[in-house]
Write a protein of this length. Structure first.
Length: 284
């Protein structure tokens, strides 16, 4: 595996691949990797002959009160994990390489960035889509892989690619969970052992909503009511939102249909966690 830190270095490698006619997949990350990220790599390897993974903690997507400085960083370990999974190139630029000057022109993510995560984190998705636009231009991937756990991000990336006519296939990879149900997240390592225990209520709530859905409950209000009962049993977990939305526009739904997304976000101690499930037909 090659590790590069400059756009020029990455372009040189990509030019060779292009000349050889190789299909390229992109796995963008902020590092602090776990099996969820590595599942993206595994998927990328199935879909393309070459895989570029990026590691960049993007300051543009953190608000002034958020955990940019606290965000876990371990480049050496991350590179080892990516190499072990067969990534061809890791691009890990410094902030000054990615943003030689603070960008004045950025991506406007539109109204879907004003709900759910965006309502709590103003500017977050403009930052996410701006760095992804830069990476898409730099790498020119045929396919880019994103995790289902950050479902709003995945929906917005899909929409950006469609609206801006980018010839990139956006693939959403299912959430990887610990055995007890906790969705893997780089932020989980910020939880104390009691907080980690409390955090399990998020996946428990989603499982309860899913069971009610599979048992035939179709009203969004009724489904959320059973979910909120579960959440209320752990008052230390402070809920930001618990919703059921459609997967294309992120509109809140009352008549829930297959493919709808049940999503939850909450603060556990000082750590903010999100999780979601897709409500599928039984057996699908
Ligand atoms: O999901 C993430 O880790 C980040 O939002 C991403 C896509 C790498 C952009 O910085």
């Amino acid at each position: 595996m090659e590790a590069v830190t400059t756009a020029a270095g990455l372009r040189r490698i990509l030019a060779e691949w292009r000349q050889a006619g190789l299909r390229t997949a992109l796995v963008p990350t902020m590092g602090a990797l776990h099996e969820g990220h590595l599942a993206l790599v595994d998927q990328a390897k199935q879909l393309a002959g070459r895989v570029v993974a990026t590691i960049f903690v993007n300051p543009l997507q953190f608000g002034p009160e958020e955990d940019l400085t606290r965000y876990p960083r371990d480049l050496e370990r991350d590179q080892g994990l990516l190499g072990g999974r067969g990534v061809d190139v890791v691009y890990a630029p410094a902030v000054a390489e990615m943003y030689p000057a603070p960008p004045l022109v950025t991506i406007d993510p539109g109204p879907m960035a004003g709900v759910l995560e965006g309502a709590v984190r103003p500017g977050h998705f403009a930052g996410v889509l701006t760095v992804l636009a830069k990476l898409f231009h730099l790498v020119g991937p045929d396919v880019a892989c994103f995790g289902q756990k950050d479902i709003q991000q995945a929906v917005l990336v899909r929409r950006m690619v469609a609206d801006l006519d980018w010839p990139i296939e956006v693939v959403v990879v299912p959430t990887v969970r610990d055995a007890d149900g906790l969705a893997l997240s780089s932020r989980n390592r910020l939880l104390s052992p009691p907080e980690r225990q409390q955090a399990l209520v998020l996946s428990r709530m989603l499982r309860t909503v899913e069971s009610a859905w599979l048992a035939g409950v179709r009203g969004g209000t009724a489904l959320l009511e059973v979910g909120r009962e579960v959440l209320a049993r752990v008052p230390a977990v402070r809920i930001d939102y618990a919703v059921i939305v459609d997967p294309a526009q992120l509109d809140a739904l009352d008549a829930v249909v297959p493919g709808s997304i049940a999503a939850v976000a909450a603060r556990v101690g000082t750590t903010r966690l999100i999780d979601n499930v897709t409500l599928a037909e039984r057996g699908s």
